[in-house]
Design a protein around this ligand. Structure first.
Ligand SMILES: *Cc1c(COP(=O)(O)O)cnc(C)c1O
Length: 339
């Protein structure tokens, strides 16, 4: 029985065509800036998102970290969502390695950070306070694309208050596909954007940070300091370029399957708390979680239980229609056993 892994969209296997592209990639030493495939990837994303330059890095965590420590200096602070990845799930890296203080803001239900709350959290210029320097947003947030009109409002606030604006766009392509806009329409409001190639896009490794030439030069220095300078990384960049050519439009398939999965789970009597793009969140009573895990293990289905809020199911490149059906069937059995 093949396993259906719905824990995350990070679990995808490179397709045979992607492996072939990786095998054939021309490479060089990227620490010298001489890997043609890495350079092509950085240029491709910079052009597509409307930035001067890009930097290929090993992970989204490092990409966000480099953005934060390039925008902010020691004693500065960044404003960020209380549940944002760049605050909560990255080991406190900006504080640990950058001496930067986070100022968490509670998310509204739609994933935005209320502008009034941001405004109130910005510190006066006074020796008592850290210097508020940067606002960091996340899109998609728990799979949810933030409303497009919010970005212009956040940009205007940042311009008025002298903040830079960073987007953790780990899944910004999911957002663009779901909103039916070119990714540039989202990216245009930001001073820097981090894009993950290893999530729904299905590349094995890597993220790209985008920004001005000056910001990217600073980030490249910090990348080396963090041990993220890779050598013939074009092998990895080739997988990412292949993903950008072949795996963007198909994100709509993942979104449609997540919607079908959510409907199937509702019909099976499961409480679906949210479904956006490729993510489904369900609420299962805590005392039933061990039974859920046991049932899903037996059915060859893996879920993310009790780590992210509630239970999360994520569709991706390696989940097909049959995988959705098998999951719904397993949940029907889970529900009927409780009845
Ligand atoms: C996965 C993720 C990251 C970090 O990416 P890694 O490559 O896992 O380090 C950052 N932000 C968001 C929103 C993510 O989902």
């Amino acid at each position: 029985m093949n396993v259906i892994d719905l824990r995350s969209d990070t679990v995808t296997q490179p397709t045979p065509a992607m492996r072939d592209a990786m095998l054939r990639a021309p490479v060089g030493d990227d620490v010298y800036g001489e890997d043609p495939t890495v350079n092509a990837l950085q240029q491709r994303l910079a052009d597509e998102l409307g930035f001067e330059a890009g930097l290929f890095v090993p992970s989204g965590t490092q990409s966000n970290l480099l953005a934060l420590i390039s925008h902010c200096a020691r004693g500065d602070e960044y404003l960020v969502g209380m549940d944002a990845h760049a605050y909560k799930y990255e080991g406190g890296g900006a504080a640990v390695l950058g001496s930067i203080q986070p100022q968490p803001i509670m998310h509204a239900a739609d994933g935005t950070l209320p502008l009034d709350d941001i405004e109130r959290a910005i510190k006066p210029v006074d020796a008592h306070f850290a210097r508020s320097r940067l606002l960091c947003l996340e899109n998609t947030w728990h799979g949810r694309p933030l409303p497009l009109e919010y970005f212009a409002q956040a940009r205007a606030l940042c311009d008025r208050r002298g903040l830079s604006l960073h987007l953790d766009g780990a899944r910004v392509y999911n957002a663009a596909v779901a909103c039916g806009v070119p990714v540039r329409e989202i990216a245009q409001h930001f001073d820097s954007v981090s894009v993950c190639l290893s999530k729904g896009l299905g590349a094995p490794v890597g993220s790209v940070l985008l920004g001005t030439q000056a910001l990217i030069e600073t980030a490249a220095r910090w990348r080396k300091v963090c041990g993220g300078g890779m050598r013939q990384a074009g092998i990895l960049a080739a997988g990412a370029l292949h993903a950008l050519d072949h795996h963007v439009a198909r994100l709509a398939d993942d979104h449609a399957r997540a919607a079908r999965l959510a409907n199937g789970l509702r019909d099976a009597g499961i409480t679906v708390t949210a479904q956006h793009t490729n993510m489904v969140f369900i609420d299962v009573p805590v005392e039933r979680l061990p039974a859920l895990k046991q049932q899903m293990d037996a059915a060859g289905i893996r879920l993310s239980i009790g780590y992210t809020p509630l239970v999360r199911l994520v569709t991706h490149l390696d989940v097909d229609d049959e995988g959705v059906e098998r999951t719904v069937t397993a949940f029907q059995q889970f529900s009927s056993r409780a009845a």
